[in-house]
Ligand binder design. Structure first.
Ligand SMILES: NC(=O)c1ccc[n+]([C@@H]2O[C@H](COP(=O)([O-])OP(=O)(O)OC[C@H]3O[C@@H](n4cnc5c(N)ncnc54)[C@H](O)[C@@H]3O)[C@@H](O)[C@H]2O)c1
Ligand SMILES: N[C@@H](CCC=O)C(=O)O
Length: 542
């Protein structure tokens, strides 16, 4: 504790800028994008105070222009990972000892840097690395990241304030110690904010971190490290390493000081890591905390009373923003027969109004590229399969082209079989599958929604009928950690809709909430007795 009960500034959501033609922010981000596009960046490993260039490099290219190289990142050998672990353990003592308000100030400063001088950089690097449109980059890389930092500081202070009662003559107090050891953060490509938040939330609570970003996000991860450094984060608190994920994870998870995993990514990778932790469990000094937010097969179900234009918009925005590469993206939709034709024709009209998929530098593009060739090939295969299968039909889109960028047209599949492969499998791309149900089968369809997928991340119901909304809310209680009524299933805002799912979608520790921060502390209860007994006898025995 410091020398006062400090109150942190009240967190507010960062307002989303418009990027309207002629606006200052639009010019600034375009200029930054061009400057990045026309130069070369080297991304080193960040270990302790060192920026290590190993010489073993991989190229970085925008997904929408994959032959154009914008730089290289250096990859680690096992010895670098061991060095990162020993360096962060070395840094732990001073960092864990630092008064909490000093830690808070560093992360609040990072938020202000992103809101101000780094805004164009973090957005342009996200447009470059992950092919986000400026609107998607602004929501993610700037606003959501700022929100994570500001709100987590507020939640941290609330956690520290939470104290037990004390009976007469004693004083009970709780200190929220960081975990004994270090935390391993592994982050996905699709949200720059998540990449920054996973190491930052653990570090904020006094932990030291080895952070492995996704290969496809290293370009914007560098900007995150630049921000942390400028905000005054001491060397060695967050160590960023890139390279073979299997080697890095095996090395990290073999350390007896490994004390927590903060993971976001696909379900199979998380399960594999959990298994490795289980195998190594006898070697750890403490039971590791395991937090993982993973895949989704997120649904929209429309009741016959739902307004077609609202359902169509929920589908188009929910399924196709950022090319469907949100864990929350709507990817299976249940439409009632009575309004399905109307809804589908509106969806088709919207898709036809999009430009052809292209670069985010052209700000009129709604659709850009998917992240890499592996993803492109997988999505193209599912589209081809749907074209060939008799129990599915490609209703809209269905074209793809990787000659310049990894472009997949927004695609709507109509499945006759509600368990058709694309109704169940997470594709992570701009493909949505629709099943049309008989209006009288509403209740039966709710059961189908619940029983179709191993995942339980997000879902939405659209209806004007309050009884139907109530029925869906109850029937779908366990198949979404974030449940939306009369909205799309995406777009969770920190401080308003804490985010996470259950079943195969994760441990549901709700990123951007006090629940999540509590996973990175190990409370110590201190009981102090003021008049210490000097006789073992109870008073009535005396
Ligand atoms: N639930 C959520 O909050 C949430 C948020 C974002 C993304 N996601 C999920 O993430 C996935 C998309 O992201 P992605 O493609 O980056 O996921 P991914 O699982 O391929 O990669 C995630 C991270 O794990 C690393 N990794 C990959 N294989 C590994 C291995 N064998 N051992 C250790 N680490 C390994 C990657 O390098 C990356 O850093 C989707 O499944 C999506 O639903 C979930
Ligand atoms: N914050 C995002 C989810 C992040 C997953 O990719 C949303 O709610 O759309």
């Amino acid at each position: 504790m410091g020398k006062g009960f400090f109150q942190v500034p009240t967190a507010i959501n960062e307002p989303i800028k418009s990027y309207a033609p002629g606006s200052f922010e639009r010019e600034a981000v375009l200029q930054q994008y061009k400057s990045y596009f026309n130069s070369q960046v080297e991304v080193p490993l960040y270990i302790g105070g060192e920026e290590i260039e190993t010489g073993e490099t991989k190229p970085m290219s925008p997904p929408h222009d994959h032959k154009h190289v914008v730089g290289h990142y250096h990859t680690a050998e096992k010895s670098h990972i061991e060095k990162a672990i020993s360096n962060c353990l070395e840094s732990r003592k001073a960092w864990a000892d630092l008064t909490w308000e000093q830690r808070a100030a560093i992360f609040l400063k990072a938020a202000e840097l992103i809101a101000g001088p780094y805004r164009a950089k973090i957005n342009a690097s996200t447009m470059m690395a992950q092919s986000k449109t400026i609107h998607q980059a602004e929501i993610d890389a700037a606003c959501e990241f700022i929100d994570f930092l500001r709100f987590n500081v507020e939640y941290m202070s609330q956690i520290y304030e939470e104290q037990p009662d004390s009976a007469e003559g004693i004083w009970n107090r709780v200190e929220y110690r960081p975990l004994e050891g270090f935390v391993y953060a592994i982050t996905p490509f699709n949200f720059t904010a998540i990449a920054g938040n996973l190491p930052a939330s653990a570090a904020m609570m006094g932990n030291v971190v080895v952070w492995k970003p996704s290969d496809s996000q290293v370009y914007s991860a560098k900007v995150i490290m630049d921000v942390f450094k400028e905000a005054g984060l001491p060397d060695g608190v967050i160590n960023m390493v890139m390279g073979d994920p299997v080697m890095i994870s095996e090395t990290v998870l073999a350390s007896p000081d490994f004390s927590g995993l903060h993971f976001t990514g696909s379900t199979h990778v998380f399960k594999e890591l959990w298994k490795q932790i289980g195998t190594n469990i006898h070697s750890y000094k403490t039971y590791p905390r395991i937090v993982g937010e993973t895949g989704g097969k997120d649904f929209i179900i429309a009741h016959p009373t739902a307004k077609p234009a609202q359902v169509a918009t929920a589908i188009v925005r929910g399924a196709f923003e950022f090319q469907g590469q949100k864990c929350s993206a709507a990817s299976r939709v249940y439409l009632p027969k009575s309004t399905a034709d109307k809804i589908l024709s509106l969806v088709k009209k919207d898709i036809e109004s999009f430009n052809k998929p292209g670069s985010p530098e052209d700000m009129s593009n709604f659709i850009t590229a998917v992240i890499h060739e592996g993803s492109f090939d997988k999505l193209a295969k599912f589209i081809d399969q749907a074209k060939a299968d008799s129990d599915a039909e490609v209703f809209a889109g269905g074209n793809y082209d990787k000659s310049k960028g990894y472009f997949i047209e927004p695609t709507v599949i109509i499945a006759n079989d509600p368990k058709y492969t694309t109704m169940c499998t997470e594709l992570f791309g701009p493909i949505v599958t629709i099943f049309i149900y008989e209006d009288q089968d509403w209740s039966k369809t709710l059961k189908l929604v619940d029983g179709t997928s191993e995942y339980a991340l997000t879902g939405a119901v659209l209806s004007k009928d309050r009884y139907a909304i109530d029925e869906a809310t109850k029937a779908l209680q366990n198949c979404a950690g974030n449940f939306y009524i009369n909205d799309k299933p995406t777009g969770a805002v920190v401080g308003q809709q804490p985010f996470g799912g259950a079943r195969a979608s994760g441990t549901n520790d709700k990123a951007g909430s006090a629940q999540n921060l509590l996973r990175w502390v190990s409370p110590r209860l201190i009981k102090e007795t003021f008049v210490t007994p000097e006789d073992y006898r109870y008073p009535f025995l005396g």
